[in-house]
Design a protein. Sequence first.
Length: 201
Amino acid sequence: MDGHKKVWASKWNERAYFSTRKVKLDHDYLCMAVLVQEIINADYAFVIHTTNPSSGDDSEIYAEVVRGLGETLVGAYPGRALSFICKKKDLNSPQVLGYPSKPIGLFIKRSIIFRSDSNGEDLEGYAGAGLYDSVPIDEEEKVVIDYSSDPLITDGNFRQTILSNIARAGHAIEELYGSPQDIEGVVRDGKIYVVQTRPQM
């Protein structure tokens, strides 16, 4: 089955059916689109919340980072990501909250992905992110990750630079849109690439 057909078919998967039923949301109300995007073979992937979701503090950014592609971060993969906060008034001083323990990283050479997007991701009171599938043309390679030798852990200057750059990207996007944002992106060769942003709910 072609990638875009698999994404469309996921509108009727068990996860989508039971998730919408649980919150009494009419499954037919949800509309889905398929986005075609280039995959960047990421060194790291990140998710940013420009208002700390744990505390509701809008003066600090909260973010999580993993090695490889972001599916291990947003999908149901075991372990935890590196998590950090950063005050918006001091984007040069990220504070690590927790170190990563995810045993698997996903990597892929330059490719294309068919990504699902739906109005379920923006409904008030319903976090529908990840409700439907995203399907890459090429299969990702699963790699066992040893964070103990990763520069994100072993090199303080490298870590500070990467985390500060992620926080800066989040702050700039929030300023651009004028509201708190939920942002996904990757780091490749030290450069930040934003994959998507949406209002933070």
